[in-house]
Design a protein around this ligand. Structure first.
Ligand code: ASP
Length: 340
């Protein structure tokens, strides 16, 4: 392993946090010191690694598209010098950043592994040590050359992962796609899974940046009043992700929500239908209660996580794609994010 090199990018998050008067918060320099105390980090079985610490360090609740661009740029600047990258990130929005990067890093041919922890390294029983060490090994071994997320002994495809526990040490799941690897006594990769990412327009590695986008996610519920949708449809919104029931069903008659969807689309927006069910897919038209959405011009998000749908929409909009192109591309599998 000593001939492999991994770049660790530390963005913040619980793994390097310390207790403060107002709860845990990241503190500059603390994580680098803590790494020195982990003997395994200098074991001959480990790859060589360097640490890039961002300033400021952030709780991931505050990570947005600007930081996605920053992480992508750091990877691009260091791409030729390392065999892989480990991104240390807070768990709260890790699945969003991993999804975003999976679209932004075109032509990626090296591992980019996201990880973090639920318990800070400075605390007893921290899960950070194993998450970090195993992620470094996965990044160095180089079998999974895509954006992935390692947590609680499991490696997941980045754009299939979702945070599913706020306090468990197995904090992430991938309800619609199998794990890419599991770490027991050995790290066992599932070779069929890792080659699936489709090749895209760029042949060589390059970064697509994300811009600020005017989109919204709306979760429907029984008894929802659609009055506010008239304002949303006229608000100049560019994208709307509807979290619907089951296979893409909405409450109310065809005369309630669908006319607002039609109006939003006529005003230039893309409307994407996702499901509130973590597992399974949207099938627009399977039920009468969902058919009107397709007729109104909404597109299916199939089995994409909301994280993947949001970041894919932002990526396509930032690329300057037209409404027609976005509509087509949202329903296509670009980098392993959906099955249709
Ligand atoms: N609030 C923290 C964050 O996302 C939680 C964590 O890291 O686990 O940054």
């Amino acid at each position: 392993m000593k001939n492999r090199r991994v770049c660790i990018i530390y963005t913040g998050g619980t793994i390097g946090m310390v207790p403060t008067e107002n709860g845990f918060a990241p503190k500059q320099g603390v994580f680098a010191d803590e790494l020195k105390n982990i003997r395994d980090m200098s074991s001959p079985e480990m790859p060589r690694w360097d640490l890039i610490e961002y300033d400021p360090l952030l709780d991931s609740s505050n990570i947005s598209y600007e930081q996605w661009n920053q992480i992508a740029d750091t990877i691009e600047e260091n791409y030729n010098d390392y065999d892989g990258f480990v991104i240390l990130h807070g768990t709260d929005t890790m699945a969003y950043t991993a999804s975003a990067l999976s679209f932004m890093l075109e032509g990626l041919n090296k591992p980019v592994v996201f990880t973090g922890s639920q318990i800070p390294l400075c605390e007893l029983r921290s899960d950070g040590r194993d998450n970090l060490i195993t992620s470094l090994m996965i990044a160095a071994q180089g079998y999974v050359r895509e954006v992935s997320l390692y947590f609680g002994n499991t490696l997941l495809r980045g754009n299939r992962a979702t945070k599913s526990s706020s306090d468990g040490l197995i904090a992430f799941s991938s309800p619609n796609y199998p794990a890419l690897a599991t770490a027991g006594i050995d790290i066992e990769y599932l070779p069929i899974r890792v080659e699936r990412v489709v090749s895209r327009t760029r042949k060589h590695f390059g970064v697509d940046h994300i811009k600020s986008c005017n989109i919204a996610v709306l979760k429907l519920f029984p008894g929802i009043r659609y009055d506010m949708f008239s304002q949303i449809a006229d608000s100049g919104i560019d994208g709307l992700i509807l979290e619907t029931f089951g296979a893409g069903n909405i409450p109310g008659s065809d005369l309630e929500l669908p006319p607002f969807i039609e109006k939003s689309i006529a005003n230039g927006a893309t409307v994407v239908v996702c499901s509130q069910c973590p597992q399974g897919s949207v099938h627009l038209g399977a039920y009468e209660a969902g058919a009107a959405l397709a007729q109104a011009g909404a597109v299916s998000g199939y089995n994409m996580t909301t994280e993947a749908a949001v970041t894919k929409l932002m990526w396509l909009m930032s690329l300057g794609k037209s409404q027609t192109e976005i509509k087509i591309l949202m329903e296509l599998d670009i980098c392993g994010e959906l099955d249709n």
